[in-house]
Design a protein around this ligand. Structure first.
Ligand code: SAH
Ligand code: DHB
Ligand code: MG
Length: 230
């Protein structure tokens, strides 16, 4: 690419997508099971709001950095992020994934089965706020918790994540930048108010050491927050 073209495409979606594709092609290449999952999601009419390949790889790297063996995902959709994470589980490891929609859960189970990973994933269908107390009763803490469902409930999901954590547990909150709308303190959208409240709680809780990063990529301006329980 000529310098002039780089300058022309600077800050443009086209350039972000091209760089995402370059990094992703090298570090998070697709394969038949990931492709099949995205195809099945499309055919079933699921929204294309899965993590990107590189974000999936990021979750894998995080799992390996923290030797995560018990993982909680809030928001399964078609299980694309779950496939990435399940592949990084050590022997005997397990992911519990919460999903409100029975249809999404069915598509996800088929995707996970095709990828040979269904035995490692415990899908719980229902509102996450109803499944979380059940998990707390069952006992056992999670090493990594990925919050990626209805953003308006993020403050509550963060509270549950803390209850289900031990020292060293890692909490990831997806989609905190919302195309930049997160800076609108006057927003009445539940996604924005929920995200902002969740970030404030992360900042204020002495049990958490937290940071957030904005990202650009194929899906525009986004970001995630990452915290470790002290
Ligand atoms: N983690 C997935 C994307 C999840 S999209 C991936 O990256 O592949 C968000 C999912 O959360 C949707 O499937 C939606 O149905 C689900 N969801 C929304 N509200 C929910 C709730 N209250 N409880 C559980 N799941 C919910
Ligand atoms: C949305 C939700 C997500 O989890 C995501 O990764 C991207 C977008 C959404 O609701 O728009
Ligand atoms: Mg998300």
């Amino acid at each position: 690419m000529a310098d002039s073209e780089i300058i022309m495409r600077k800050n443009s979606q086209g350039l972000w997508t091209a760089v995402d594709e370059y990094f992703g092609g090298l570090l998070a290449p697709s394969d038949e099971h990931l492709d099949a999952a995205l195809k099945a999601n499309r055919e079933a009419g699921l929204p294309a709001i899965d993590v990107s390949p590189l974000q999936g790889k990021f979750l894998q790297v995080l799992m390996r950095m923290t030797r995560a063996k018990r993982v909680l995902e809030i928001g399964l959709l078609g299980g694309y992020s779950t496939i990435w994470m399940a592949r990084a589980l050590p022997r005997g490891g397990r992911i519990v994934s919460l999903e409100f929609s029975p249809k999404h859960a069915d598509v996800a189970r088929a995707n996970l089965k095709r990828a040979g990973l269904l035995r490692r994933v415990d899908v719980r269908v229902g509102a996450a706020l109803e499944s979380l107390p059940v998990l707390a009763k069952e006992g056992g803490k999670f090493d990594l918790i990925f919050i990626d469902a209805d953003k308006g409930n993020n403050p509550r999901y963060l509270e549950w994540a803390l209850k289900l954590s031990r020292r060293g547990s890692v909490i990831v909150v997806d989609n905190v930048a919302r195309h930049g709308k997160v800076i609108d303190a006057k927003s009445a959208e539940s996604d924005i108010t929920g995200t902002r409240r969740c970030l404030e709680m992360m900042a204020a809780n002495p049990r958490l050491s937290a940071f957030a990063m904005q990202t650009v990529g194929a899906k525009g301006l986004d970001g995630f927050a990452l915290a470790v329980v002290r």
